[in-house]
Design a binder for this molecule. Structure first.
Ligand code: SF4
Length: 380
């Protein structure tokens, strides 16, 4: 059966030209980008498909039955992903997050996880290997993911109210099945588990306290994410952003919090611990995080690169174009050394700081020039 191919040029912008490699390029030092940020974190999208249609990510009106997903031949194979991941590890990456789309929809994802779990840093350490999922297939897959070598998961969940949740995922998926998936992940030892809740003013802000009550004291870290202007299809406007400061204020009305230090440099979430009666962090109650992508840009520490499903390297969640690494991966004349030089040169040329620039332009100016790539294509 032939693959159905629709001209992708209509759906995705052309790739950027690969850099010309400097003569005698020296790979002895790990690269810093143009704003002196290291490359430590690689997000790999393994599929551009998802079984949910959340309006902020894959709205039904755009991602309908006629939407041109990538044909299988254009996706990076597991071998290609592992090879390029190993190259990134050689240039400083220590953490790999698998994303999508919904990564658990990629057939035999466990094989890829096994391959990635076998990679080692130059000093022989395993990677921090994690995955972001909507949780819909987690109850079925948690144990096999763990057995394959996955260390932990982050689950996206925007509310506990079944009606609200069904409305937000827009495919009528019940919240109970996601909660069962989280429970299966915990039972399999895929922790510490994080739950990401995108807060959209006027849609699910009333779910903030119920979500906090539900996960407090469970060891699961709930993180509230400001609704962002990712992609070009979600019709973002600032009025729908509930600033993280308001989320923390709301939580404090019932559940006292104390601010915690970041656990690692470059951490995207600001950490808050549940406090005891003396106002001290009670570790048995756990912590929450707030990710203020809109109101408090954290580009200064951004150490993340993103590899799209078809092997394009994006330097920012809000980028409009990426670098086509697949052409190098599929060219038998190109060695891993050339790949490493290319990744190095691209990273050294990076100056992306979209959220900082958005703040400077003013809160209502969502987009700069160019059409931003969809989140379902490069992962969040
Ligand atoms: S806007 Fe881009 S550069 Fe800034 S933190 Fe987000 S991904 Fe990183």
């Amino acid at each position: 059966m032939s693959e159905r191919v629709i001209a992708l040029v209509d759906q995705r912008p052309p790739s950027l030209p690969l850099p010309t490699l400097p003569a005698g390029q020296d790979l002895s030092a790990l690269p810093l980008d143009g704003l002196r940020r290291p490359l430590t974190d690689l997000r790999i999208s393994v599929t551009d498909r998802c079984n949910f249609r959340c309006s902020y990510c894959m709205p039904k009106e755009v991602f309908d039955k006629d939407y041109a997903y990538l044909p299988h031949s254009q996706l990076l194979s597991f071998e290609e992903i592992t090879r390029i991941a190993n190259v990134f590890v050689g240039r400083g990456v220590r953490k790999i997050r698998l994303t999508g789309g919904e990564p658990l929809l990629r057939k035999n994802i466990e094989i890829l996880i096994e391959q990635l779990a076998a990679l080692r840093t130059p000093d022989g350490q395993p990677l921090d290997l994690t995955l972001t999922t909507n949780g819909s297939l987690l109850a079925r897959k948690a144990q096999s993911l763990k057995d394959a070598g996955l260390q932990r998961v982050t689950v996206s969940l925007d509310g506990l109210d079944d009606a609200v949740f069904r409305q937000m995922n827009d495919v009528d998926f019940p919240v109970a099945d996601v909660l069962a998936g989280i429970e299966a992940a915990r039972a399999a030892g895929l922790g510490p588990i994080k739950v990401n809740m995108v807060v959209k003013r006027g849609t699910n802000e009333h779910e903030i306290l119920p979500m906090a009550r539900h996960f407090r004291g469970t060891g699961i870290v709930l993180r509230f994410i400001e609704y962002m202007d990712v992609g070009a299809t979600n019709g973002w406007c600032m009025d729908e952003v509930l600033p993280s400061a308001d989320v923390v204020r709301l939580l404090q009305t019932e559940l006292p919090l104390v601010q915690l230090d970041p656990s690692v440099p470059g951490e995207t979430a600001e950490r808050w611990g549940y406090a005891n009666a003396q106002g001290v962090h009670d570790k048995t109650l756990g912590e929450i995080g707030v990710i203020s992508s809109v109101t408090q840009a954290f580009c200064g520490d951004c150490n993340r690169a993103r590899l799209s499903t078809e092997g394009r390297l994006y330097l920012c969640l809000f980028a409009s174009q990426g670098y086509d690494l697949r052409q190098l991966l599929r060219d038998p004349a190109q060695s891993d050394h050339t790949l490493a030089q290319t990744v190095d040169a691209i990273w050294r040329g990076r100056t992306d700081q979209y959220s900082v620039l958005r703040s400077l332009r003013g809160p209502d100016s969502a987009s700069g020039p160019g059409r931003r790539v969809e989140m379902s294509y490069i992962g969040g």
